[in-house]
Design a protein around this ligand. Structure first.
Ligand SMILES: Cc1cc2nc3c(=O)[nH]c(=O)nc-3n(C[C@H](O)[C@H](O)[C@H](O)COP(=O)(O)O)c2cc1C
Length: 165
């Protein structure tokens, strides 16, 4: 039985998804920090986190500590089968991975990350000058959070529940 949704969020997009998922599935959610007290070692959880330079933040550690049934990866890049496969391979993820598009919120990032993302934005502009949407996202910011993106994840978890009964 899934005991909790545990999330790691830097600027709030992942937290928003975790809270929506929690409401839909009626499973409590908490941050990685709070999970230290609230969730027991080896409990079954859903893990949601954000993507930083292709790495799913905290996954390796959480995968050792808890029994993760599926993973939600929140990133700024558009969703694609290729990108999901890349994330799974790069992070050695064996569970099912659901990609959720987050966004970039410059106001909540420190100066270091702000500078880093501007560099990424400039690199995108050099390589793909026609990709105006991505250049805009990385240079200025943007928000693509949409609860509808959770549907495949919710359906899969509910199906798993039915099969367990
Ligand atoms: C330093 C840095 C590196 C990032 N690298 C990636 C990346 O490789 N792929 C991606 O899709 N998004 C990347 N992002 C975008 C974040 O994944 C995105 O902003 C996400 O919504 C953050 O989630 P949060 O609001 O829960 O912290 C990066 C963001 C930062 C600040």
């Amino acid at each position: 039985m899934i005991k909790a949704i545990v999330y790691q969020s830097k600027t709030g997009h992942t937290q928003e998804y975790a809270e929506s998922l929690s409401k839909e599935l009626k499973i409590p959610c908490c941050s990685v920090r709070d999970a230290k007290e609230k969730v027991k070692k080896h409990d079954e959880i859903i893990y949601l986190s954000w993507v930083r330079a292709t790495s799913l933040v905290g996954y390796k550690k959480m995968n050792k500590k808890y029994k993760i049934c599926c993973v939600g990866a929140v990133g700024a890049y558009p969703k694609s089968t290729e990108y999901i496969e890349q994330l799974k391979t790069y992070n050695h993820i064996r569970q099912e991975l659901f990609y959720l598009r987050g966004g970039i919120n410059y106001e909540k990032l420190n100066k270091f990350y702000q500078k880093l993302l501007k560099i990424v934005g400039r690199a995108i502009a050099m390589e793909n000058p026609r990709d105006k949407a991505m250049i805009q996202l990385f240079m200025v910011g943007g928000n693509f959070v949409n609860k509808k993106q959770l549907k495949p994840m919710i359906d899969s978890i509910l199906e798993g529940r039915e099969n367990d009964e």
